[in-house]
Design a protein around this ligand. Structure first.
Ligand code: FSO
Ligand code: SF4
Length: 531
């Protein structure tokens, strides 16, 4: 196997024996084969001119299953690969060779052997082209994750799916591309992702309302309990409906925290609070949770024996042996498990955090913010966002936020915030100094805030007193970075380490054209930013 798609990749080079994430060589090969089969489907869809949302959403879902920490079940991939090929054949477009003519083996072992022939390591013999092709496919995985989230909420755009096909087909579509053409496709991926995230934002806000400032308790109350992890608002909504009046309290975990801010979700009385921190702490935190646990999307880790029977998956998530809640979204097994577990027997007050500072809320106080900047009360904004992860070096983000001066505001989003989400940073004239914009899925909201500020000050986003200090882990972060680059945003600081799949030459392009820099120390970076 060879996989280098996430930040925790082995030795900073690639996982070649076993994934640091727990991905085994068979699943790695099956995921590579899933991508290869999707290339064939994309070629056929393009040739046929199929622009149905049905096929587009299916393609997005299939690519989403290969994202880090989503699905680890070989049997699932066998099913996926066969369905991809069935759908390709249904288009009745025939190719003589290549992915468009791919025939899957009958057994999992056979599929694994086939997949070994399509490793990302062999994308190209030229290091830079290989790097650009990997950047494209990883960015595309992130885009497809967002496209799936948007589609679940009935927001789709055929131009997004058309790009997904084009990007998948690239390399097999007979077009010659040099390095700059491949990098152009990567930037296009970022651009199309902005549209995808706009769709997702529309899906979230039109279905559940605009997030509003909301205090979320970090403790617990007596009663049976279900913990919801992942990123999916719709799954949470359905679970809230199905648990109403059953004496079960619902808690969020990880990236589900911002859900407490949505009017249509917070209206449920039994939607209580938040439990635990970021995804990589689940081994430590889940044994302490006395109820059922539901994973709606990434990031799942190998469930430990002590809590394994409490864990359920739904959507595209899979782990061998866990009970999966299918498309009918009947959460009865989760509810029964929660009722059979002790639940919390005491009350714990662990304080609270404030969330819900999406674009609507922040823009509603835009006048105050602008006055604050003009009067000098607000000197600078930092967007400290992105993923959390297990590797050392991520304390940088905690220290950075703690050291930001009193006259600065920190916007944050995604699970990286758990490094500092409960810090009491105070406020500036009533505006909290720490503003939680939401999930990584809400990056569109953060971009809109920056664009609105630039509009108010009649300047370019790059001229705003705003600095981006980002942390990355998986492929959704990759595509958000591509989106920021496609918008021409410069001087982003990125950590905790740079992606293994970016070749030295491509890194040079990023540094020279966009001023991307690795994080150094909080002291040095703050000094450099604030001059
Ligand atoms: Fe985190 Fe995981 Fe949301 Fe990522 S939970 S690491 S960027 O999947 O998606 O922020
Ligand atoms: Fe390794 Fe990350 Fe790939 Fe898992 S997803 S195999 S940890 S590079």
């Amino acid at each position: 196997m060879f996989c280098n798609q996430c930040e925790q990749t082995a030795k900073g080079i690639g996982c070649d024996k076993m994934g640091v994430c727990g991905k085994k060589p068979d699943v790695a090969a099956l995921q590579d084969l899933t991508v290869y089969a999707l290339r064939g489907l994309a070629l056929a869809a393009l040739k046929k001119g199929d622009n149905s949302n049905n096929l587009g959403h299916f393609t997005a879902k299939m690519l989403f299953t290969t994202l880090t920490n989503v699905n680890f079940t070989p049997e699932d991939f066998q099913k996926f690969i066969n369905e991809i090929v069935t759908r390709r054949k249904a288009l009745d477009i025939h190719f003589q060779s290549g992915p468009g003519a791919f025939e899957p083996a009958d057994t999992i072992e056979g599929l694994v052997a086939q997949g070994e022939g399509y490793s990302i390591k062999d994308f190209d013999t030229d290091e830079d082209i290989r790097s650009a092709k990997q950047l494209l496919i990883f960015g595309l995985k992130g885009l497809c994750a967002y496209a799936d989230h948007a589609a679940v909420l009935h927001q789709q755009d055929t131009t997004v799916y058309h790009f997904v096909y084009k990007a998948l087909a690239a390399g097999y579509d007979g077009e010659e591309r040099d390095l700059s053409a491949w990098l152009g496709l990567c930037l296009k991926c970022g651009e199309v992702n902005l549209r995808t995230m706009e769709l997702l934002d529309a899906g979230n806000t039109s279905t559940f309302g605009h997030p509003e400032p909301t205090e979320v308790p970090l403790g617990h109350v007596p009663g049976k309990a279900i913990l919801v992890s992942g990123h999916d608002l719709q799954d949470l909504y359905l679970l809230l409906q199905q648990t109403e009046g059953k004496g079960i309290n619902i808690y969020t975990h990880g990236e589900m925290l911002p859900c407490h801010a949505y009017p249509e979700l917070k209206k449920f009385d039994h939607f209580y609070g938040h439990f635990g921190t970021a995804w990589q702490n689940q081994h430590k935190e889940f044994p302490e949770f006395p109820g059922a646990i539901l994973f709606t999307t990434n990031c799942i880790q190998k469930p430990q024996e002590v809590y394994k029977d409490n864990v359920f998956t739904t959507g595209l998530v899979g782990w061998p042996g866990l009970t999966h809640i299918g498309q009918n979204k009947d959460f009865t097994p989760v509810i029964e498990r929660a009722l059979a577990q002790p639940g919390f027997t005491d009350t714990a007050d662990n304080g609270s955090v404030l969330c819900g500072f999406g674009r609507n809320t922040v823009m509603s106080v835009a006048d105050k913010v602008i006055d604050g900047v003009k009067s000098g009360a607000i000197r600078h904004f930092f967007l400290v966002g992105g993923c959390d992860g297990a590797k050392p070096g991520r304390n940088y983000y905690t220290d950075f936020v703690e050291q930001t001066p009193q006259d600065t505001v920190v916007l944050t989003l995604a699970c990286g915030k758990f490094r500092f989400f409960d810090k009491k940073l105070g406020d500036i004239g009533g505006i909290p100094r720490l503003l939680d914009v939401g999930q990584c899925n809400d990056a569109y909201s953060a971009i809109q805030i920056a664009v609105a500020l630039a509009g108010a000050f009649e300047c370019d986003v790059n001229e705003l007193p705003l600095s981006l200090v980002l942390s990355w882990y998986e492929q959704k972060a990759v595509v958000i970075l591509l989106t920021l680059l496609s918008l021409g945003i410069k001087d982003i600081r990125l950590g905790p380490s740079l992606p293994a799949f970016v070749s030295p030459n491509i890194l040079n392009v990023l540094v020279e054209n966009y001023g991307i820099k690795p994080i150094s120390t909080p002291e040095e970076d703050l000094k450099a930013i604030l001059g």
